[in-house]
Design a protein around this ligand. Structure first.
Ligand code: NIG
Ligand code: FE
Length: 407
């Protein structure tokens, strides 16, 4: 069965092959087709992971026939957002910590222990229901692909079950046993690093973590945060993960200047996330790592911690690959909204609307090893904007304008 989608005022393809005729730099980056049509068919050989597949893309005037037709009424169609950084497996509530921050209490990561205690106390079914609710919330806002980290268990059993539950929702999972040193290891940090790099990694790999198409190890490398990891500890953890065949992600340079960005670039991480405080050397290292290491900016965090926003313009102008993601988590940003991140990036970080959309689809996808474009043969991972162009995503900030779309 095939379905022809018409009434597409603007189609964002992210396809470089569509760039030629575009004068506007934003349209060129996004490979936009106006008055477009799409034909979507059933996946024949399973190459789209059971998803429907794009069979034809182009101007509506040239569209072929199909079994069914749907008119989208003059809306914009974009690639579904790839939220490449989330911590969805947690229980408990930290809204009071947020309220305290809004009146001046700084964020130092100390609240992570509150979420760890609540997560350990939750049953599997409670955690599963919480993740399901958050994933549904994301889909309702245009996200079609999500990465999920562990990191609120911090015992072997609780990290294992966090990742098992995460894998029920996505193939893109990340082991963040090195989120912080848990309270029971406060006086013996080295023992905790040994647990993460030894028994925890062994158990996760035996459980099939590496069988995932994308499996990562991550570390919160931050000298300014309570109980996070220093450069040597982070290097030990990342290297151990890499030796076991995992790809790398790093939480770095979130709360102040630190070693995370340089370490991520040196070790060839797929992504270094936050990048709020950067020296010229950090920017240079990221530019040199282009094609390997993506800088993933998480502006919901700066909003929610009352911190200065990262300078996306500086990074893009230096030639760095910049992605945007939500960082949805109970502490620094309990927002699952990519449109919110886009609006902040455009208003506060010097990104154009086109750059922000590309960053939250193509580049965030690339950091997970995905090619997120709307082209023949690709999975039909679509979102529909209730407006005539992608500009409405930030122009109409705060309005629930975009949802993921299953043709
Ligand atoms: O990505 N920075 C480290 N981890 C999370 C926040 C964790 C929390 O406060 O619960 C982040 O911001
Ligand atoms: Fe995070």
């Amino acid at each position: 069965m095939s379905t022809l989608l018409t009434g597409i005022a603007e189609l964002v393809t992210n396809d470089p092959a569509r760039r030629e005729d575009q004068a506007d730099p934003g349209d060129r980056l996004l490979g936009i087709i106006r008055d477009a049509a799409l034909v979507v068919g059933d996946s024949v050989d399973g190459n789209a992971g059971g998803k429907k597949v794009i069979e034809w893309v182009g101007p509506a005037a040239d569209a072929p026939d199909a079994d069914n037709r749907r008119d989208l009424g003059g809306r914009a169609v974009i690639p579904g957002f790839v939220d490449s950084h989330t911590h969805l497996v947690f229980a408990g509530d930290r809204s009071a910590e947020f309220a305290a921050r809004m009146t001046g209490t700084p964020y130092d990561g100390g609240g992570i222990a509150v979420s760890v205690a609540a997560t350990r106390a939750a049953t599997d079914d409670e955690l599963r229901a919480l993740v399901a609710g958050r994933v549904a919330e994301m889909r309702a806002q245009g996200t079609t692909t999500v990465e999920i980290k562990s990191g609120y268990g911090l015992t072997l059993e609780d990290e294992l079950r966090s990742l098992r539950i995460a894998r029920e929702f996505t193939p893109h999972t990340t082991f963040l046993g090195a989120h912080v040193v848990p309270p029971e290891y406060a006086d013996r940090r080295a023992d905790y690093v040994d647990l993460v790099t030894g028994p925890m990694l062994d158990a996760l790999l035996a459980d099939g973590l590496e069988a995932s198409p994308a499996a990562y190890v991550d570390v919160f490398c931050e000298p300014h945060a309570k109980h996070a990891f220093d450069e040597d500890e982070a290097r030990t953890i990342l290297t151990a993960g890499r030796e076991r065949g995992l790809a790398l992600r790093v939480h770095g340079n979130q709360l102040g200047h630190g070693p995370g960005v340089q370490l991520a670039c040196e070790l060839g991480a797929a992504s270094v996330d936050h990048c709020t405080y950067l020296t010229d050397d950090d920017v240079e290292a990221l530019a040199a790592a282009r094609g390997t290491t993506v800088a993933t900016l998480l502006p919901g965090v700066e909003f929610s911690t009352r911190s200065p926003y990262p300078d996306a313009r500086r990074l893009i102008d230096a030639g760095v690959d910049v992605a945007l993601a939500s960082d949805c988590n109970p502490g620094t940003c309990y927002s699952s909204s990519i449109p919110f991140a886009i609006a902040l990036a455009v208003r506060e970080m010097g990104m154009t609307p086109a750059e922000a959309l590309y960053a939250s689809t193509a580049t965030s996808g690339r950091s997970l090893g995905l090619d997120r474009r709307l082209a023949v043969g690709e999975p039909a991972e679509l979102a529909v904007v209730n407006g005539p162009s992608h500009l409405h995503l930030s122009y109409r900030a705060g309005v629930p304008l975009v949802r993921s779309y299953e043709p």
